[in-house]
Design a protein around this ligand. Structure first.
Ligand code: 5AD
Ligand code: SF4
Length: 442
């Protein structure tokens, strides 16, 4: 019997990387690998990287510096870099860290098994092409192992928006949408493996326009309605969306589609029209707020989340105040704020930068406001009857943990619920980042 080789994947960055890592692991399982949870003792280490901000990219090189010593303990160890740093820096990675054997960008993951064979034969392998074929159709592993109740499913990749700060259009390429039948097949398969909730992923997911069964373009709303028909699939979510692509059919689906959950991540980045223009966002604060009004008219209880960048080049105190005002008027359930990070090759990188201390101070202020709003929304859940998709056991005896419709983590006390069940609960308490609940006996 051959001993299986051990694969360790470390995933950085966004949910799409989590999805990609799962696909890569499944495809390498077919090559005789089993996944392991530690780098020590692994025969193949893949760092699935993120290039969105400078810190995220730099972390990769320091991690590689640590990992290379493992090669002295295990001469058969191969180290690979995948993801957006691989795409952006390519060969440069092997120059900076010669311990790296393999570099593969996100569009070429289906070629990973062949690349693995090459590095096993003692060569190095590099692939940062943008091939035409649907990589996920070829990348499919044969494993049918049971899955956790909540899964990601990539339906769209790349972005044509070219926001002035963002590397995504360069690292993930032009927008492309997977065909509806492939997505439905994958969703059916996930449900057979125990999945009850699917989050549809795309860098610009609401620009989805994949081919339907008859070959005609289908919108994200049409895809969601098709998924709504799948027995055993109970919850549908999608992320990340652009305000300009919130079409009427998608907004309407939030009001009428039973399985579409009342949560929407809709980044705005800034509340200042001057800065939005400089960011090339092609919307204004006012047009964003109008979209929010329409969404709330369709689904009044929806919980909204957003992304914000502070310290974008030329941002003044007045611009920043406009962002705070926008946040005040929306009232987010969650929000993510980032200090602007210069990304080489993007238009904003050439512009006059905001003083780092000023940006730090703005980040602190925006985060204080966001935290207050998050707590308000968590507090507003107390006393409400919600449904929780149970995902795991909790730390305390008898405690189970899952997610509410609104994506809040909920700890259910004295629970006999099993993983994968959706159970009615009453919210008893709001914690810092989660909710406590008890079962409702029906
Ligand atoms: N600097 C800081 N934040 C960025 N984001 C994207 N690019 C940058 C950058 N250069 C943020 C945006 C985006 C989120 C995923 O990351 O807010 O919505
Ligand atoms: Fe980046 Fe999103 Fe802008 Fe596309 S829409 S360029 S992914 S921030």
């Amino acid at each position: 019997m051959t001993v299986p080789k051990k694969l360790f994947i470390k995933t950085y960055g966004c949910q799409m990387n989590v999805y990609d890592s799962e696909r890569m692991a499944e495809s390498l399982c077919d090559q005789g690998y089993v996944e392991t949870s530690s780098a020590e003792g692994a025969d193949m280490i893949l760092l699935n990287t993120c290039h969105i901000r400078e810190k995220a990219a730099e972390k990769v090189y320091s991690e590689l510096g640590r990992l290379k010593s493992l090669k002295t303990q295990n001469p058969d160890l191969k180290i690979g870099v995948t993801g957006c740093v691989a795409q952006a820096e390519g060969e440069e990675i092997m120059r900076r860290q010669p311990a790296v054997d393999l570099v593969v960008g996100p569009q070429s993951y289906h070629r990973l098994p062949q690349m693995e064979a090459r590095v096993r034969a003692g060569e190095t392998a590099l692939d940062t092409d943008f091939p035409e074929e649907d990589k996920f159709a070829t990348l499919k592993g044969r494993t049918k192992a049971a899955r956790a109740p909540s899964a990601f499913l990539t339906v769209q990749e790349g972005c044509d928006k070219f926001c002035a700060f963002c590397v995504v259009p360069y690292t993930r390429g032009a927008e492309s949408s997977r065909p509806v039948p492939r997505i439905l097949d994958e969703a059916h398969e996930l449900v057979e493996r125990g999945v009850r909730e699917i989050t549809l992923l795309g860098q610009n997911v609401n620009a989805y326009h994949g081919a339907g069964v008859d070959g005609s373009d289908q919108s994200l709303a049409q895809l969601i309605w098709a998924l709504n028909e799948i027995d055993g699939l109970e919850r549908i979510r999608f992320t990340t969306s652009h305000p300009n692509d919130m079409t009427d059919d998608l907004i309407e689906a939030h009001g009428t589609c039973e399985k579409l959950m009342p949560y929407l991540h809709l980044p705005v980045q800034s509340g200042s029209d001057r800065i939005l223009k400089r960011m090339n966002r092609s919307h204004t604060a006012e047009s964003y707020l109008r979209v929010i009004d329409k969404i709330r008219a369709a689904r009044p209880d929806i919980v909204l989340s957003g992304d914000f960048i502070v310290g974008f080049p030329e941002e003044t105190e007045a611009d920043f105040q406009a962002t705070l005002e926008l946040i005040e008027s929306v009232k987010y359930g969650y929000a993510y704020s980032f200090k602007y990070s210069t990304r080489p090759g993007t238009p904003a990188a050439e512009r006059a930068q905001v003083d780092a201390l000023v940006a730090d101070e703005r980040l602190q202020r925006i985060q204080d406001l966001i935290t207050r709003q998050q707590h308000d929304i968590l507090n507003s859940m107390v006393g409400r009857d919600l449904h929780v998709l149970v995902e795991k056991t909790g730390r305390n005896q008898g405690q189970m943990v899952g997610k509410s419709e609104y994506l809040h983590a909920v700890h259910i006390e004295d629970s006999k619920a099993t993983i994968g069940e959706i159970v009615p609960v009453k919210i008893t308490e709001a914690k810092r980042n989660s909710l406590a609940a008890k079962h409702i006996v029906i």
